[in-house]
Structure formats: C-alpha cells, structure tokens
Design a protein around this ligand. Structure first.
Ligand SMILES: C[S@@+](CC[C@H](N)C(=O)[O-])C[C@H]1O[C@@H](n2cnc3c(N)ncnc32)[C@H](O)[C@@H]1O
Length: 190
C-alpha cells in the first residue's frame, strides 16, 4: 500500500484497527482523505494517537462503529477490506462505498492453498453480482492476487485487488491492454 500513489484518492478502510493500512495510505501513498471504520474503542484510541504522531490526522475521518452502518456511500476510489478469515460480511458495504464510476477493492481472505483460483473466481463473481444488485453496470476484474503469508498449514492469507469499472470503460481498457485479469492469465494453473 505504501508504494501506491494515492494523491488524488479518497480511500475507505472498513477494518482500520490501529491503522496498519490507514497510516501507509496517508503517510507514504499521500491519500487525499481516508475514512477509517473501526468498532473497537481501544483500537480507535490507538488509531487517533498514531494519526497525530504522524501528523496526518487532518486527512483522516474516523467512523466508530460497525462499518455496515457507518461507512460512507459513493465516495471511494479505493476500499480496503482487511479482515480475516474473511471480509465477505462487508462486500456489499464496500461496493456501496465506491464512487458510481467504480474503483479498486483490496479483498483479504484466508484460503486453502488448493482453492486459490476458486476463491479468486468467487471474489470476482460475487462482487459483480453485488454491483448489479446495486444498479451498477460494472465489470469486475481481479488484477492481482497477493500471497501475504501462510496463516496455518495449507491456509494462505491472500489479498485480491479487484478493479470494478463501467462495462464500456472495461472493454476499452481491455482493447488497449490495460486490463490484465488474473483469471484469464493464469487459468487456474497454480
Ligand atoms: C484483523 S484487524 C485488521 C486491522 C488492520 N486492517 C490490520 O491489518 O492490522 C480487524 C479490525 O476490524 C475491526 N472490525 C471487525 N469487524 C468490524 C466491523 N463490522 N466494523 C468495524 N470494525 C470491524 C476489528 O475490531 C479489528 O480492529
């Protein structure tokens, strides 16, 4: 996250904790604004301290409570979903948080090593269906899957970077080779 350039971006972190992603987004990636959702008051207190210690508090809005209630709608260029073993409980909230043009979702999950491709497909299909149910004509393309670590024997912590974009824009991007779609490229070989 720290290596991204998020200068013009509004980001929603649905599971902010003490700021493990919020801080790199603000300090290194220079995000314009981060909405940090967190329901644990001790984590919120630590997050506030960390934001002040890094002089970035003015670019962060902390939303204390259940993200399914508190998260903003229609504002985000990027949404971070850092909850294990699965963040699926908030995928609808994440889609609603994105701008109507779409954006990027970083979807975390614990996945059996033999089911990585199935999971990636599931992420892509379910986000597509959620977007349709919300009235968005988006295509969903998993552009990258990061293997973060082994969480337990045969269980990996994965992050799928899912691009959601208007269907017409998607076709144009695909034509000029800007969409890589992990599912097409790797065809479930790993
Ligand atoms: C695994 S921690 C991740 C924090 C941070 N993203 C990280 O990687 O260090 C998940 C955080 O999400 C919070 N959380 C879980 N469900 C939530 C919900 N529905 N709404 C808001 N916060 C939630 C927990 O309190 C916890 O601090």
């Amino acid at each position: 996250m720290a290596r991204l350039d998020c200068r013009d971006e509004v980001i929603v972190d649905l599971f902010a904790g003490i700021g493990y992603f919020v801080l790199p987004f603000l300090v290194r990636a220079k995000a314009k604004l981060v909405y940090a959702c967190e329901w644990n008051r001790y984590a919120v207190e630590a997050l506030q301290r960390n934001l002040h210690a890094n002089s970035v508090a003015e670019r962060c809005v902390i939303l204390e409570g259940d993200n399914r209630v508190t998260a903003p709608k229609g504002v985000a260029d990027r949404v971070c979903l850092g909850l294990l073993p699965t963040s699926e409980c908030s995928w609808l909230t994440a889609v609603r948080a994105l701008r109507s043009e779409g954006g990027i979702l970083h979807v975390h999950g614990n996945v059996k090593d033999s089911e990585e491709c199935l999971w990636t497909e599931h992420v892509s299909k379910l986000l597509y269906e959620i977007a349709r149910s919300e009235g968005y004509c988006w295509e969903v393309s998993v552009e990258h899957v990061e293997r973060v670590k082994w969480y337990a024997p045969h269980i990996r912590h994965l992050v799928a970077d899912a691009l959601t974009v208007d269907a017409w824009v998607y076709m144009s991007l695909k034509k000029i080779g800007r969409i890589t779609t992990v599912l097409d490229l790797h065809a479930c070989t790993t």
